[in-house]
Design a protein around this ligand. Structure first.
Ligand SMILES: [Fe+2]
Length: 248
């Protein structure tokens, strides 16, 4: 079995320092890796990234993250990425990484993703150049995620890590009007294009934890305001993906 701790939307700045750390220091006892589903900072500044590095760096388990839309706010995503990588975090954007855990190969494909909406209520590539650019960004984000997942060969378990949502079920609680800005069904299709065991995302602070792709892959919205604790724990190579109450 592989145990994964996951959270998203931690939005770290100076005032958040120390909030997560006591629970993070317990990680080796409850999970084998920590995955963070984007929105690591509030406004994507280098100073905030340093706070994120301080709070989530130097842990006793591997930490794999994707960026979120907030991490792009200051157009400093490459500097933010550098700070996080210097602190030992693995930052994925359209790439995969493999962790060896308890003798198993865990493949993680990560990408921020993008909006666009869901079947029956999604943006279409028609009309103005701006709309075509928007939909083109959704398509490119999903293609990157799918390629990264399919490129992870020889793994015992595959996890997809995004910021934006791949299904509408985990948005339940958010206003319907903003669904197209919270995720895209194309991400769900990308997840279903590989034998993915679990898909994790954040972004939808008022959404719901549990959903499933059309292909049957369990989806979990791990945004901090949704899970209401430092991280939830999920199990792979196990009958039930939910580890039950692991209170931290
Ligand atoms: Fe977000």
């Amino acid at each position: 079995m592989i145990r994964i701790a996951a959270v998203g939307d931690v939005h770290v700045d100076k005032d958040v320092l120390g909030r997560y750390r006591p629970a993070l220091d317990q990680l080796p006892g409850v999970a084998d890796a920590l995955l963070i589903a984007g929105d690591l900072t509030r406004h994507g500044t280098v100073d905030e990234a340093k706070c994120m590095a301080e709070e989530f760096g130097g842990l006793a388990v591997p930490v794999v993250v994707v960026l979120g839309n907030h991490d792009h706010q200051s157009d400093q995503q490459s500097q933010v990425t550098d700070v996080l990588r210097d602190a030992g975090l693995t930052v994925l954007e359209g790439e995969g990484t493999v962790l060896t855990i308890n003798g198993h190969r865990l493949g993680i494909a990560g990408a921020k993703g993008f909006g666009g909406g869901f079947a029956g209520a999604c943006a279409s590539s028609f009309g103005e150049r701006e709309m075509k650019n928007f939909v083109g960004t959704s398509e490119a984000a999903a293609e990157k995620l799918g390629a990264a997942l399919r490129g992870l060969e020889g793994c015992d378990a595959l996890v997809a890590l995004t910021h934006y949502a791949p299904v509408p079920e985990t948005l339940t609680g958010e206003p319907l009007e903003i669904y197209p800005f919270l995720g895209s069904y194309l991400l769900g299709q990308a997840i279903d294009s590989a034998p993915t065991a679990l898909a994790l995302h954040g972004h939808a602070h008022h959404g719901s934890e549990r959903g499933r792709t059309p292909g049957g892959v369990p989806v979990r919205n791990v945004a901090h305001p949704v899970i209401k604790q430092a991280y939830n724990v999920y199990q792979l190579l196990s009958e039930d993906v939910d580890a039950g109450l692991v209170s931290v």
